[in-house]
Every structure is written in structure tokens, then in C-alpha cells.
Ligand binder design. Structure first.
Ligand code: FAD
Length: 413
């Protein structure tokens, strides 16, 4: 442990779990450090925290500097021609492509000079849940850390990058990279991912993948320039949207019991693995904010609590995009039909059958709309609606009409 090592070296260090600044002060005192360097993070609270630490250390004569490792572009770097932040993705994307290419990834330092730092054995903290062990599905799905991230990137480039442009919308096939938690936690940097993709054979797949990396940049650009993004709609008029808050509806959505198989599959994938396919995130989020008229912030909060890639910038920007209150071209009145989405993107039912096993024996034709299946088909498949699997929480057309009416109400106000 760092404390024991420093004690052996005659240094005094009282390491407490506490605010970052205090822990940092203890380490500086114990190691007689005269400079502190770190990589920047860009959430509003992190910017405030780091600015305060910088000021405090500088006042004590400690040199400080911070660097960019987690974004391809600093969030203040790309600007519109009128020198304002971008609010729309396509011009941001064009500006990113026109800007000097992101730097090449830097090699890891060989060793930390000075002191050898060792941490606690994490297992000794007993953080893992045991009774109940709700994290088993996450352990099976993820290998946190650099090795896990490297393996994902290598595998993606070798097997899925070429087919990514089309395959990325099919939740039943593992076409996407699943790098999101690794990028969020810094197990891998976007520079490495970007240049590895750029070095691969150029085709629609790699281009489309690199475009998604720019969506990540765009979300961070928005959060930096509009720090109230997590709570406040970018289109301010949406603050008066007539939501109809209802905890029973929210609970059914969270538990994957809305009666819409593609949505329920997604919500259960999320609960089990901590991740949900992007196409299904869009469908599930849309059902919550449009058919069920629940505030997007409620959905964002659940994703924040359950996603292993929970990321303030990506999550907030994506929820605003789905809710139609961001500034990008996803108008509120475009309401996903969860049945058609299911048929289009999970036509063979692989995804729904995996996550909603109680419907697994239904033929493809009825899998995404079991309530329309003939009684004998339901009986043969062992599906009893209203018992093991619910009726739809709201009828699609009724939910859509109600959402559009609420939108009209907002426009008239
Ligand atoms: P790939 O398709 O392999 O894409 C590569 C990388 O590009 C991703 O790892 C991610 O870093 C980035 N990326 C891809 N799509 C987007 C996007 N739409 N916006 C921003 N970056 C993107 N992503 C998160 O990382 N954290 C979140 O908290 C999050 N919340 C979301 C909430 C909603 C309602 C929606 C619709 C999307 C959300 N996303 C979020 C974006 C997207 O769903 C995930 O980044 C993607 O599914 C991660 O899987 P992947 O790594 O296989 O992606």
C-alpha cells in the first residue's frame, strides 16, 4: 500500500478517503511533489473541482498543468463561422473533418519516476454485491481495463468494422464495438480508436464508425458549452412541456414490462448487462417520453443509474435528441412505432427471444405484436397475455396521438 511504502521511506502520509483535493494534498506533502499533472475531464462539476484544485496548488507554489486525453478535439476548439458553439451535428461533423487530424496516440510512460505506487487490493474493499449478486450479468459481459478495451477494438476491426454501417442497427447481432464504457472510463483513448479505424481498410463501415466517434465529441461540445444540458432542454420552450408524471408507468418501463417486446428486451438487457444497443436505446427512450409522456430527465436518470457506459455528455445529449428538445433534427412529432421498429431491426426475433424468453416460441410474424396473434398461436407458444407477459402499456396510436396533442399544446402556449 502507498501508505506503508511511504512510511518505510520515512514520509508522513495520512491517506483518507475524502474530497480529491484533500487526498491530493496528503500525497503532495508525503512525496514533496513540486508539480502535479492530470488529464482533463469535462463534466461541469469536474471543471469546477479541477479549477479550484489548480488555484489552491498554484497558491502553494506547486506547478500544475492539465492535458487532453479523452477527446479528439477540445470542446471549445470547433466553432461556427460566427464564432459560436455548434448546436447541430452535421456542420459540427464537417468542421471536425476539416480541422487538423487528431493527434496520434501517445505511448504509455515506461514507469513513474520517484515512488512506486501500489494501490489496495480492490477485492479487500468487498464492493461486489453478494446477496443478491445482481452484477453477475455485468461480469459476464465486460472485462474492465485496458486489456478488455484492446480486445474489443481488435475484435471489432477484424470482424465487424466492414459491416458496421448496416449491422450497427441490428441489436440481435454484435456488430458495434462495445467500446463505450472503455472510452468513458479512459481504458482506451479516442485517439487510439480513431487512428486504428483510420488505418483499417477505408469503407462505409469504418467511415460510419468514425462518424459515431464524432457524435461523442459533439455531445461533449454541447455539455461544455451548455452546462445545464443534463437538466434543461436546449430548446427552452420545452421547459413548459405538459408531461404527465406517473411512477407506475416508469416502473413498468424500468422493469421491461411495457408489453412492447423490443422495448422490454432492451430494458432487460440494460438491467442484466449494464448496456443496451443504440437502436433499442432510441426506441425505449422514445416510448417513455412520447407514448408515456414521462419527462426525458426521468429516463436519463434511470440510464445514469444502470448503464456501465453512463456518461453525462452522451446520455444527456442523446435523451434531448430523442425527446426532440435538443436543437438537432429529431423533431418531437417523429414518433417511433415500436412494432415497426422491432420488425425492421429484429425481423428474425433473435434479440427479443434472447431477452424476453417468455415470448421465444412465438412465430416471427407475431413476436413484436403478441396481442394481435390468434388465440391458438398464443396457446401453442405458451404465451398468456396479462399473466406472464403484459398487454401493451398503451395502444400505439392512442399514445402517439396523445403525444402529438401535448406537443401542439406546447406550441400553442
Ligand atoms: P459503437 O456503435 O461501436 O460506436 C463507437 C463509439 O462512438 C461508442 O463507444 C461511443 O463512444 C460513440 N457513440 C456511438 N453512438 C453515439 C451517440 N449516439 N452519441 C454519442 N456517442 C456515440 N453513450 C454513452 O457512451 N453513454 C451514455 O450514457 C449514453 N446514453 C445514451 C442514451 C440514449 C437515450 C441514447 C439513444 C444513446 C445513448 N448513448 C450513450 C449513445 C450510444 O447508444 C452508445 O454510445 C452506444 O450504444 C455504445 O455502444 P458501442 O460502444 O458499441 O457503440
Amino acid at each position: 500500500m502507498l501508505r506503508d511504502q511511504l512510511a518505510r521511506r520515512g514520509a508522513r502520509l495520512v491517506l483518507k478517503r475524502g474530497p480529491a483535493a484533500e487526498v491530493l494534498e496528503s500525497v503532495i506533502a508525503a512525496t514533496s511533489a513540486d508539480a502535479v499533472y492530470w488529464n482533463r475531464t469535462y463534466e461541469p462539476f469536474a471543471i469546477r473541482r479541477d479549477a479550484a484544485i489548480k488555484q489552491r496548488l498554484k497558491a502553494r507554489g506547486v506547478a500544475v498543468d492539465s492535458f487532453n486525453a479523452s477527446l479528439l478535439f477540445e470542446p471549445w476548439e470547433l466553432k461556427t463561422q460566427s464564432d459560436t458553439p455548434f448546436k447541430v451535428f452535421t456542420p459540427f461533423y464537417k468542421a471536425a473533418l476539416a480541422a487538423p487530424a487528431p493527434r496520434k496516440p501517445l505511448p504509455a510512460p515506461g514507469a513513474l519516476n520517484g515512488i512506486a505506487v501500489r494501490g489496495d487490493d480492490l477485492d479487500s474493499w468487498n464492493l461486489r454485491p453478494t446477496a443478491p449478486d445482481w452484477a453477475g450479468g455485468m461480469r459476464a459481459a465486460w472485462t474492465p481495463g485496458e486489456a478488455g478495451a484492446d480486445a474489443r477494438l481488435t475484435d471489432f476491426l477484424a470482424h465487424n468494422a466492414t459491416g458496421y454501417a448496416k449491422g450497427r442497427d441490428i441489436p440481435g447481432q454484435a456488430f458495434t464495438s462495445r467500446l463505450s464504457p472503455h472510452l468513458h472510463f479512459g481504458d482506451i483513448g479516442p485517439h487510439r480508436v480513431w487512428h486504428a479505424a483510420a488505418a483499417a481498410e477505408p469503407n462505409a463501415g469504418t467511415i460510419s464508425f468514425m462518424r459515431e466517434l464524432i457524435w461523442r465529441e459533439f455531445a461533449h461540445h454541447l455539455l461544455y458549452n451548455f452546462p445545464d444540458l443534463p437538466e434543461t432542454p436546449l430548446r427552452r420552450e420545452f421547459a413548459a412541456f405538459p408531461w404527465q408524471e406517473d411512477s407506475t408507468l416508469v416502473r413498468a418501463w424500468q422493469r421491461g414490462r411495457t408489453g412492447y417486446p423490443i422495448v422490454d428486451a432492451g430494458m432487460r438487457e440494460l438491467w442484466t448487462t449494464g448496456w443496451m444497443h443504440n437502436r433499442v436505446r432510441m426506441i425505449a427512450a422514445s416510448l417513455l417520453v412520447k407514448h408515456l409522456l414521462q419527462p426525458w430527465q426521468t429516463g436519463a436518470a434511470w440510464f445514469w443509474d444502470t448503464l456501465v457506459d453512463a456518461d453525462l455528455a452522451n446520455n444527456s445529449a442523446s435523451w434531448q435528441w430523442v425527446a426532440g428538445c435538443g436543437t438537432d433534427a429529431a423533431p418531437y412529432f417523429r414518433v417511433f412505432n415500436p412494432v415497426l421498429q422491432g420488425l425492421k431491426f429484429d425481423g428474425d426475433g433473435a434479440y427479443v427471444r434472447r431477452w424476453v424468453p417468455e415470448l421465444a416460441r412465438l412465430p416471427d410474424e407475431w413476436l413484436h405484436k403478441p396481442w394481435e396473434a390468434p388465440m391458438d398461436v398464443l396457446a401453442t407458444a405458451g404465451v398468456k397475455l396479462g399473466a406472464r407477459y403484459p398487454w401493451p402499456i398503451v395502444e400505439h396510436k392512442a399514445g402517439r396521438d396523445r403525444a402529438l396533442k401535448a406537443f401542439e399544446q406546447l406550441r400553442a402556449a
